[in-house]
Design a protein around this ligand. Sequence first.
Ligand SMILES: *Cc1c(COP(=O)(O)O)cnc(C)c1O
Length: 377
Amino acid sequence: MRKTRLLTPGPTPVPERVLLRMAQPILHHRSPDFEALFERVRGKLKKLFGTQQEVITFVSSGSGAMEASIVNFLRRGDKIIVVDGGKFGERFGKIAQAYGVEPIILKVEWGKAVDIAAVKKALDENPDVRAVCVQASETSTGVAHPVKEICELTRNHQAITIVDGITAVGVWDMPMDEWGIDILLSGSQKALMLPPGLAFAAVSEKAWKHNETANLPRFYFDIKKEHGSQKKNQTAWTAAVSLLAGLDEVLNIIEEEGYDELYARHDRMARASRAAMEALGLELFAENPSPAVTTVKAPEGLGSGKIVKHLNKTYGIRLVAGQDHVKDTIFRIAHLGYFDDFDVLTAINAIEMTLNDLGHPVARGKGVAAAQEILSA
Ligand SMILES: *Cc1c(COP(=O)(O)O)cnc(C)c1O
């Protein structure tokens, strides 16, 4: 027998308690039971996002919330700044173009965080910019961008800050209201420990002002319509009732763990993963690493594709390699959501065995030992 272990940055594993909760009989979405459930979920989501605003739920993958954050707040021909340092940054630019919004693309070398001076310069040179789009955690490169600093730049500018927090919300503390984030996005299948199918967007007062003049086409993702329904514990369209029941359970698990420990656990797992890879003589890829995922350069002459294939086939460990031009040069160790210290140790162990199997000898247990130093501190 061999177990299969999903150690990827989305979808992520789902806790047994949540699976059981989602297996309960289907609720009807126009019923008092559903409204009571949704009211509880709405309250807990606000705490998680650090906001007094409504956290609006969509039935879609995370990209649906990205699209909603463009179509509901901008006008045809508007200029926006897009931080593009990876696959997801690039997606914001593509969505904007699809709707006739003009993105000013701030290209960032993969593996690096955006330089705050470059954002400032772009804002100064383009006072008519209406939004800045950025990933808090760029999952394709494992980089965390300086969201708080970007919000300080837009605070006194007409531009709103649209933050893709899909692998950040629930990973580290990013209080939306305190930091001045205008639109904060998340999705179900990452740190929220659920199957794919829900996306979230919380909206500031400043962003609601943009909504009044927005004229891009939208129907399913009309956020004002959703907001009107969701404030009253209803949804515009059929709610994903079972996923919302699962979310109720997830948010209970998070509150039982406590926010301090939730964030401390992610930070600890990330530090242990990085220390382990460095102890094995491997180079880290991300300059300002996200605590959600550790990106590692494959050793010279050994493609990361081969590493992840071996991990999967031989050990049942599902890790992912890179995307696009770093597809075969990096691999990614996820540690977000339903992950604990021993998931991290398992990943490190399997990586050590794999490197030895593939003719890149590393000292057995050296990475694990480095991780233990951090995990048992
Ligand atoms: C997963 C993810 C998304 C959304 O991707 P979907 O496949 O649509 O769920 C967006 N941004 C980031 C940073 C992500 O990690």
